[in-house]
Design a protein around this ligand. Sequence first.
Ligand SMILES: Cc1cc2nc3c(=O)[nH]c(=O)nc-3n(C[C@H](O)[C@H](O)[C@H](O)COP(=O)(O)OP(=O)(O)OC[C@H]3O[C@@H](n4cnc5c(N)ncnc54)[C@H](O)[C@@H]3O)c2cc1C
Length: 388
Amino acid sequence: MKVVVIGGGVIGVHVALRLSQMGYSVFIVEREALGSGLTSRAAGIVTTQLVYTFDIELVKMSMELLEDLAQGSYRKTGFLSVNPESIVKAYTAILDKAGVHYEVFRDSEAADRWDCLTISEDEVVIYTAGDLLLDPGALMSSMRRRLNEAGVEVMEGVEASSLNINGSWVQHVATSVGRIKADLYVITAGPWSRGLLERAEVKLPLKLYRCQVFTVKLPAEIELPPGSDDVNNLYWAPESGKRVLLGNGRIEEVESVEKAIGSVKGSFVEEIAVKASKRIKGVLDAELVTGWSMPCSITPDGIPVVGKVHSLENLYVATGLDGYGLMRGPAIGWLLAELIATGRTPNLLRAMSPNRFGEKSYGDFEIIERHSRLPFEITWFSQSGRSK
Ligand SMILES: Cc1cc2nc3c(=O)[nH]c(=O)nc-3n(C[C@H](O)[C@H](O)[C@H](O)COP(=O)(O)OP(=O)(O)OC[C@H]3O[C@@H](n4cnc5c(N)ncnc54)[C@H](O)[C@@H]3O)c2cc1C
């Protein structure tokens, strides 16, 4: 059976590899080069410090896949979060339930462990030693080798413009090199998925927002794992030497992907640098190295859409990954392949059905920031079993 996967980001390459292992004849149609979308622009944070149990399970599964498929593309750095004391009890209960190993540090203990950090008395550091910092470029190089070995045809520089639909079937995909016909189609085009879906008259409630980061060079090297400051809504990831990447989780909605692609705004750099300087010593004297802005996509409940599109028999989608799809991407791609092959939805994808939204919520919803979801959890969907 022939499958066309549209979009070769972290999700596309994993779904393609798994389908090929299962005996499908798989083609990836990628507009530029593998990983050239959001995947290559990500900070690389892979952490189990998430809100929903199923997300934590997905990250654990991604970590196993990375170990199997892309050793050498990540470092085990650990991850720390700085939290207001008021949420720590509820949040550590979530981590306990998900079986995440963590350590808690209060003010002077945290400063003793990471002397470049400033922590006040009413703040608490949660540290998860098993978390990773992933190099997206190295991941995609490993996956390119795997895809080659598996015989997946990777068509780079080929753009899908529309899906041709007859009744409830996709007949072919129109691309810059002509029509491509297959039995099944999978849209994994990141934030660009929305446009492709709209042109196929598939309505999914997806909004786009600007996601910005920048890198600074500190006056001296510091020892600090990747982390987030959930008091000031800020995150960081150490790069090589004295360089640290800085960003935040704030949502600034944009109407189109094009409006979010470009360089980082000066006002953003200023705001984040001031906040970060209160947390990490040396940031005020750092020099700006580079920065960029990309669009992320998000749904009304902040949970991705992954699965078969209700109105069409042979169309699947995985998008709406918010600002943390790199860490869940390998697992989501793998499980989507399982769903396609068996027709059954794996437990960890159950909350992600593309068909869970009513018509009325399409395009008309308030975006919930991840930050403000803490420490609440969806209790109607917590499970322990996962399949691979
Ligand atoms: C600044 C920033 C920092 C981030 N940091 C992190 C982080 O630290 N950890 C984390 O987990 N997540 C992070 N993310 C989120 C993460 O990058 C994304 O959620 C994830 O990469 C999405 O993967 P994807 O495969 O869905 O999409 P993409 O990687 O965007 O892949 C989609 C692909 O489809 C291709 N494409 C688009 N349209 C077409 C078309 N018409 N025809 C053919 N091909 C097409 C694109 O070229 C692209 O390669 C960050 C995002 C940003 C912007």
